[in-house]
Design a protein around this ligand. Structure first.
Ligand code: FAD
Length: 399
């Protein structure tokens, strides 16, 4: 399956840069097709990363389709059965998570747990992982085709690693996207902020969303009896400085969702306040000669819709199917990548649009109408993902 190139023979079919929810899932689905897959990540895995952890129904569908949902639930991630909207005027709308697209539960697992389950599944499928290895750039041949990556190991050793194809799953500041010069397909203003803390002893067992003045807050129950309590608002309004982040966060929560702030006041904040401001809203070109991008490397949106994990899982599925076909010689690589780019863009565009509108914090009635539209889109997305055929290749055909 490997080709000689002008820069040397490929050692692997695919090198995946980044080994979290996009990279590990992509590696799992490629390795399951019998491809030789190497994953490189500069982090020590498993480890925590910035996230409020909620997985939309479509992401839960993906876990179920990949046979990993039971493992996530068995890890102790609370099974979320209710979702409540607190509309600011005292009105609360509570819904039971219905049985749809084959799942009847939502989840918000800690990332060091979720990512570890994905990494283990990828290793079980045959992928190899090397962690604490930084990728510095890409190798190309005379025609400009990507033929591998350059790396720096923990001890400073610089190496060239060759492959038939490189997948950038290296997050929002993707080195691979920059190295290949992946342009922007769509770019919108980025003025949002998301901050969160973990809280123990909070009286919450479902997902909660609180609509505040020009802001949005919520609760996602996660592992170890803790809840992730978060606030999204315009970056200029967050008011979270360096000196007293917990105090600033508590004051912000009190302004946005006073009833939730009072409950948090009776519980115990167990972590530092973490967050991010002005994260980009953009869609990059998805693929080129010898490379493709998945997850945040490919497309980034404000965290207000909690959709990044589901985006990563969708990309993994769409890319692994098309790339497997190309590497087996069933279709031309450029056609396979064009199909991936189109399928991915069609799938992401409506939720991207709503995300950007929500992150502009329109008046409350408009904000609530957008949330209803988002809910419909998430249900449609879950049904579509559930309808996808499994990613298959020769290695998956029963003997
Ligand atoms: C505050 C906040 C809250 C969020 N809340 C939610 C939520 O509730 N639900 C949700 O679905 N999404 C949420 N997201 C988004 C979600 O966390 C991301 O979309 C998701 O982590 C993307 O996964 P990924 O695998 O594409 O990238 P990442 O998780 O960023 O992983 C990229 C990996 O690539 C590695 N890497 C990067 N550069 C290199 C390099 N040069 N060499 C080697 N390795 C490299 C990194 O070490 C990392 O392990 C949130 C994001 C933020 C910032």
């Amino acid at each position: 399956m490997t080709d000689a190139t002008s820069t040397g023979a490929a050692e692997h079919d695919v090198i995946v840069v980044g080994g979290r929810c996009a990279g590990a899932a992509t590696a799992m689905l490629l390795a399951a097709q019998g491809l030789d897959v190497l994953v490189l990540d500069r982090a020590a895995l498993p480890s925590d990363c910035l996230s409020t952890h909620a997985i939309a129904r479509g992401g839960v569908v993906q876990l179920a389709r990949w046979g990993l949902l039971d493992a996530v639930i068995a890890s102790g991630a609370p099974e979320i059965r209710t979702v409540s909207f607190h509309l600011g005027d005292g009105e609360v709308v509570e819904r039971t998570v219905k049985d749809a697209a084959g799942v009847d539960v939502l989840l918000a697992p800690r990332r060091y747990v979720l990512d570890d389950i994905l990494v283990s599944a990828a290793i079980d499928a045959g992928a190899r992982f090397e962690t604490e290895v930084s990728v510095n750039g890409v190798l190309t041949d005379e025609a400009g085709r990507v033929t591998g990556v350059t790396t720096r190991d923990r001890d400073g050793t610089v190496r060239e690693r060759r492959s038939s194809f490189v997948v950038g799953a290296d997050g929002v500041h993707s080195r691979i996207a920059r190295a290949v010069g992946a342009g922007m397909v769509d770019e919108r203003p980025s003025e949002g902020a998301t901050h969160y803390a973990y809280v123990a002893g909070l009286d919450a067992d479902g997902f909660e969303f609180h609509v505040g003045p020009d802001a949005f807050a919520g609760v996602f129950p996660t592992h170890d009896g803790e809840c992730n309590v978060w606030v999204c608002c315009p970056a200029d309004d967050a008011g979270i400085g360096a000196d007293d982040r917990t105090g600033d966060f508590t004051a912000l929560l009190q302004r946005v969702a006073p009833s939730l702030a009072d409950r948090v006041g009776r519980a115990r904040v167990t972590s530092a306040v973490r967050g991010a401001v002005r994260l980009p809203n953009h869609v990059r070109v998805a693929a080129g000669s010898g490379w493709a991008l998945v997850g945040d490397a490919s497309y980034h949106r404000d965290p207000i819709t909690g959709h990044g994990i589901t985006d990563a899982f969708r990309d993994a599925d769409l890319l692994a199917r098309r790339l497997g076909q190309a590497l087996r010689g069933e279709v031309r690589e450029d056609e396979a990548m064009a199909a991936y780019a189109l399928e991915r863009y069609r799938a992401l565009a409506p939720i991207f649009d709503v995300t950007c509108q929500l992150a502009a914090y329109p008046p409350a009635d408009e904000f609530v109408a957008l949330q209803k539209r988002l809910s419909d889109l998430l249900e449609a997305e879950a049904a579509w993902l559930a309808s996808l055929p499994p990613v298959t290749g020769p290695a998956l055909v029963p003997a």
